[in-house]
Design a protein around this ligand. Structure first.
Ligand SMILES: *Cc1c(COP(=O)(O)O)cnc(C)c1O
Length: 365
């Protein structure tokens, strides 16, 4: 007899799903026997939670039978103070990926166009295509930078949304403030521009954009930020947008009710309170990034300028083989087909292992 669950599915599914790629998460750590395993595939913060943040979460866990504050009131007010913007401009969500889903749902429908650089964050084409809108990927330059002129040239009457990832995941460069300001000035005011600053806290470039200033100056500019990377809360899922009131209100409408859980809400507040401590960790990671980049440059590697907590190897067809060599050394990295490989800057021992794999690779290739 056939089990009911094994019948071929006959329910109607939206045709757009056929073209939607599945999200490929960073693989978990694994290593050959006797080799220390490091997961450097998801740009996570390698440090464990701060004791003060963990204690706040432990306390809140005692009330997990209750729904969270749906309006995320305390965190929204804390963020408004932290950023010096009115609270009505803050919209939160389950990770900045969740908030981006809210932005797409608020701005796009069937047949609309969304422009983003490519290769960039892999959630972009997924969220755009799910909405029924058309993804318009614009190739990065040879040095892994956004080609803002080409992105401006791609704008049409049906463009509703433009995503700028600065610094760009997975290649690493941030866009320049002046070029971004000029780009935004050329975008029609009805088109929403999202500035995804997931790695903001790691940026040291002198010409890095002041995205909040661009938001203040332009009603169509939205800043997107997360607690997942520098703040080390990836597992709790909380991010936010800073948007002008009409769009911010729309983002609250398109949010999944109670999407930001109660532990995430208190952990984000505690992390903002503990920023001085967290900032030291971010500084340590930025120093490690400089050490890794200097070592790789001395080995002869020519890599895109990274402003984030990762380095990108544009290996082309050798990407798979290079990722396998890293895996042999206990380093689980993130390969992107035949484009390149991304490796997260983590604790010094993991970074040492990465430097060693890269040295060995250059001697044999
Ligand atoms: C990691 C990342 C995010 C953050 O995702 P969360 O949903 O907040 O964890 C957003 N944008 C980019 C480009 C990222 O790399």
């Amino acid at each position: 007899m056939t089990e009911p669950g094994s019948c071929a599915a006959s329910v109607h599914l939206r045709s757009v799903l056929e073209g939607v790629p599945a999200y490929t998460p960073g693989k978990p750590a694994s290593a050959p026997a006797g080799v220390t395993a490091y997961k450097i595939s998801s740009n996570e913060n390698p440090y464990p939670p701060l004791p003060s943040v963990l204690e706040t979460v432990r306390e809140a866990a005692g009330e997990m039978n209750r729904y969270p504050d749906m309006a995320v009131t305390a965190l929204t007010e804390r963020l408004a103070r932290h950023l010096d913007v009115p609270a009505e401009r803050i919209a939160t969500g389950p990770g900045s990926v969740g908030v981006l889903g809210q932005i797409v749902a608020a701005t796009c429908e069937n047949g609309d166009e969304v422009i983003f650089a490519w290769r960039s964050f892999e959630a972009y084409p997924i969220l755009v295509q799910l909405s029924g809108a058309r993804a318009v990927p614009v190739p990065l330059t040879a040095t892994g930078r956004h080609d803002l002129a080409a992105m401006a040239a791609a704008i049409t009457d049906t463009t509703r949304l433009i995503l700028v990832c600065t610094p760009n995941n997975p290649t690493g460069p941030s866009v320049g403030h002046e070029e971004l300001a000029a780009f935004i000035a050329a975008v029609p005011p009805t088109v929403t521009v999202v500035l995804d600053e997931a790695y903001l806290e790691f940026v040291t470039a002198a010409d890095a954009p002041d995205c909040l200033a661009l938001h203040r100056a332009h009603p169509n500019v939205v800043v997107l930020r997360t607690f997942s990377k520098a703040y080390g809360l990836a597992g709790l899922r909380v991010g936010y947008a800073v948007a002008h009131p009409p769009l911010a209100a729309a983002l609250r409408k398109t949010a999944i009710p109670f999407g930001v859980n109660s532990l995430a809400q208190v952990a984000a507040i505690a992390s903002l309170d503990a920023w001085d401590e967290l900032r030291e960790r971010v500084s340590a990671l930025v120093a490690e990034r400089a050490r890794v980049v200097a070592a790789l440059t001395a080995q002869g590697w020519e890599l895109p300028d990274t402003q984030a907590n990762f380095v990108y190897f544009p290996m082309g067809e050798q990407s798979g083989a290079f990722a396998a060599a890293c895996q042999e050394a206990g380093l689980t990295v993130r390969p992107y087909g035949s484009d390149g490989v991304r490796a997260t800057i983590a604790e010094p021992a993991a970074n040492d292992a990465l430097i060693a794999v890269c040295a060995a690779w250059r001697q044999t290739h």
